[in-house]
Design a protein around this ligand. Structure first.
Ligand SMILES: *Cc1c(COP(=O)(O)O)cnc(C)c1O
Length: 356
């Protein structure tokens, strides 16, 4: 028998989350972001379920090719563009839409002879200072691309750095408006946070990721609790041992947690090598035998310990949920000082995925 840890995917929740996206942005077309193996959920299971989308966005050329070869015929966007001039041959062959964020990429396009001209997303650095041409450089890049016979269409793209806080888009939108004057073509600006909270960013295409998987772009589930989003992944396992710890007994590596009195604790088959965060401190919420309780002590590589005080019926074999419908991934992430994004995409390959 394998270890009892499993990630179960509620694929109906994906469809339902895409419907939430469409309700928020009824006039925009949707790039469903499936980078990083669909945020750890598995590209294959996710794209099969999201075929009502208008396109898929990711950044690994091999994932894009896999998506084509598995049968997706619609648009595929490479969010970081290409990494080598030679990538263009595959982008051409598999009919991929690519981002252009640097001058060398324009030169590479100008030097090649594609089977058919490319759809290009021109990346504006509107203030995040990660990828893209800045306000001063963008028009030159736009004109250079427009003049190329290798280019079929140009879309203006930018990415927001803090669309999850109020007014978080104002400065970057001001840049988009200034730069966009006189540039004819579609715009693609919004990530999940802008999709939910900033309708002025929607324009022709949006690029939601995290909300399709049912977690909050702000890291706080309260911000999306009323939106109808449903968690797609449930990570669950079982108790594999129960210990009666004497008063003042130390629990786990380092012995950081000490019981005040005699305490019944459970040992769960899941550790940081499965993707559970090692930095989750004592007190991180966890669902055991139908009850919300807490973790105790340091998370080990393959196991962690839980307080069985609130669930006296729990015994070896009792079910444990780390995140899913009962425990929000955002709440675990907050306790561990991270985001749902990191927890999902860090699910270890050794955890079997069960698709509902
Ligand atoms: C990851 C990513 C997105 C999606 O971001 P979410 O916050 O998950 O919605 C959109 N655009 C770009 C360029 C990205 O890298």
């Amino acid at each position: 028998m394998p270890r009892p840890i499993i990630a179960t995917l509620d694929t109906a929740a994906l469809t339902s989350n895409l419907a939430v996206v469409r309700r928020h942005a009824p006039n925009a077309r949707v790039w469903s972001v499936v980078k990083a193996n669909a945020y750890g959920h598995g590209l294959n299971a996710v794209w099969q379920q999201l075929q009502q989308t208008d396109g898929f966005a990711l950044l690994d050329l091999n994932e894009a090719i896999t998506l084509r070869e598995e049968g997706w015929q619609g648009p595929i966007l490479l969010l970081e563009g290409f990494f080598q001039p030679t990538d263009l041959a595959e982008i051409d062959r598999y009919r991929l839409t690519t981002t252009v964020h640097s001058t060398w990429q324009i030169d590479a396009l100008a030097r090649m002879i594609p089977l058919a001209p490319f759809d290009i997303y021109l990346k504006l650095n509107s203030g995040m200072n990660r990828l893209g041409f800045n306000e001063q450089q963008l028009h030159t890049a736009w004109q250079a691309l427009s003049a190329l016979k290798q280019v079929a269409s140009l879309t203006l793209m930018t990415h927001f750095a803090y669309a999850d806080i109020p007014e978080g888009i104002a400065e970057q939108m001001a840049v988009v408006y200034r730069v966009g004057e006189g540039l004819h073509g579609p715009r693609c600006l919004a990530n999940s946070a802008a999709t939910l909270w900033h309708p002025t960013t929607h324009w022709q295409w949006i690029r939601p990721g995290i909300i399709l998987y049912g977690a909050s772009p702000s890291g706080d589930w309260k911000h999306v609790a009323d939106s109808g989003l449903r968690p797609v992944m449930t990570l669950h396992s079982e108790l594999i041992a129960v210990q009666q710890v004497p008063a003042a007994g130390r629990i786990g590596y380092g012995g950081y947690y000490r019981s005040e009195e005699t305490q019944r604790i459970g040992v769960v088959a899941c550790g940081y090598a499965d993707g559970y965060p090692r930095h989750a401190p004592t007190g991180t919420p966890i669902w055991v035998d139908g009850v919300c309780t807490r973790t105790l002590g340091t998370v080990s590589m393959d196991m962690l310990m839980v307080d069985l005080q609130p669930c006296p019926q729990a015994r070896i074999g009792s079910p444990v949920e780390f995140w899913g419908n009962h425990i929000k991934i955002d709440d675990v992430a907050t306790r561990a000082g991270t985001l749902g994004y990191e927890l999902m995409s860090s699910l270890a390959p050794r955890v079997p995925i069960n698709i509902l």
